[in-house]
Design a protein around this ligand. Structure first.
Ligand code: CP
Length: 333
């Protein structure tokens, strides 16, 4: 992904090769400078969001499609809001009311939608790799809105933005990612994101909720939460993902909460400036106590709010006229 990306109507050089400069499929598509540039650009769109009319004409004439094959509240609504605030036309696809239910394939679905004229497609799917596959079938820009256990790059961007807005430069900061790492695309994306920004990551989980390849990752691992909490700048909690579990990996949720839940007593072990983060949706009373989720240092709704501005920055970078924001008129007419 670069600001000098070719026009979205240009084809990739080979149908077998995905041009990661045109799409946002994974955090690894971005180097550190590009991440920082996106986070800086997000500041501008946060400011746009505070205006009486929170809209700019940057993507007028462009069409952005949301193609969600898996449930979503935050990501789908915030991409839709982001596209509208950039004055793009939007199309929304809900699999439950589509011809996918009549057996239409993903490829035929994307080719059908593309025939209507689109510039970007936001894809969520329960299977890893589907957004990359779609990028081979369409000339539109593809943004991964979450694929299986693999990646959720805009979640990692909004998390980094939220963390940076409280803590400043994340270099040297210590972040605990706690819970169901094994099934989590958010964990995989955030490990890459926080590491790229110079932070240190400790994964905290029982062995059954960690993937076997953590040795290849630039992380530390702990099976105990209590000793880690006083040392971290951010306690990032993951959702227990029952829908992705095919076997019983914890004895009971009650025992999981007893060992790994951020209870009120555990939250008191955090330093006074430490942040509590969660990508949502939360299981209150499981990975996070309800009272803890509502503490002032829990920035969970702020993460959601920043998601709109981050996604405006991503769409602007991929589809817009470039980084020259001075050219942006104050408001859409
Ligand atoms: N964090 C996140 O991706 O939430 P949704 O599933 O509601 O989009």
């Amino acid at each position: 992904m670069t600001v000098t990306a070719p026009h979205p109507t240009e084809s990739p050089s080979s149908p077998l090769v995905v041009d990661t400069r045109r799409h946002l499929l994974a955090v690894g598509d971005l180097d550190r400078d590009q991440i920082v540039e996106l986070l800086d650009l997000t500041d501008t769109f946060v400011e746009v969001g505070r205006r009486a009319i929170p809209k700019v004409p940057a993507l007028r004439g462009r069409t952005v499609v949301s193609l969600f094959f898996e449930d979503s509240t935050r990501t789908r609504l915030s991409f839709d809001t982001a596209a509208k605030r950039l004055s793009a036309d939007t199309m929304s696809f809900a699999v439950s009311s589509s011809s996918v239910n009549k057996g239409e394939s993903v490829r035929d679905t994307i080719e059908t939608i593309e025939a209507m004229g689109i510039d970007a497609v936001i894809v969520r799917h329960r299977s890893s790799g589907v957004p990359a596959q779609i990028a081979r079938w369409t000339n539109a820009v593809v943004v991964n809105a979450g694929d299986g256990w693999h990646q959720h790059p805009t979640q990692a961007l909004l998390d980094a933005y939220t963390a940076r807005s409280h803590l400043g430069d994340l270099a040297g900061r210590h972040i605990a990612i706690v819970g169901d790492v094994k099934h989590s695309r958010v964990a995989r994306s955030n490990i890459e994101m926080f590491s790229a920004l110079g932070a240190r990551v400790t994964l905290v989980a029982p062995p059954t909720l960690l993937p076997p390849d953590t040795g290849a990752w630039d992380v530390q691992v702990s099976h105990r939460l209590d000793p880690v909490l006083p040392e971290v700048d951010i306690c990032y909690l993951l959702r227990m993902q029952n829908e992705r579990m095919t076997e019983a990996l914890v004895p009971t949720l009650r025992e999981y909460t007893a060992d790994y839940g951020l209870t009120s007593e555990r939250a008191d072990l955090l330093g006074p400036d430490a942040l509590i983060m969660h990508p949502g949706p939360m299981n209150r009373g499981v990975e996070i106590a309800s009272e803890v989720a509502d503490r002032p240092n829990a920035v969970i709704t702020e993460q959601v709010a920043n998601g709109v501005a981050v996604r405006m920055a991503v769409l602007f970078m991929l589809l817009g006229p470039g980084r020259h924001l001075a050219q942006l008129p104050e408001e859409a007419p």
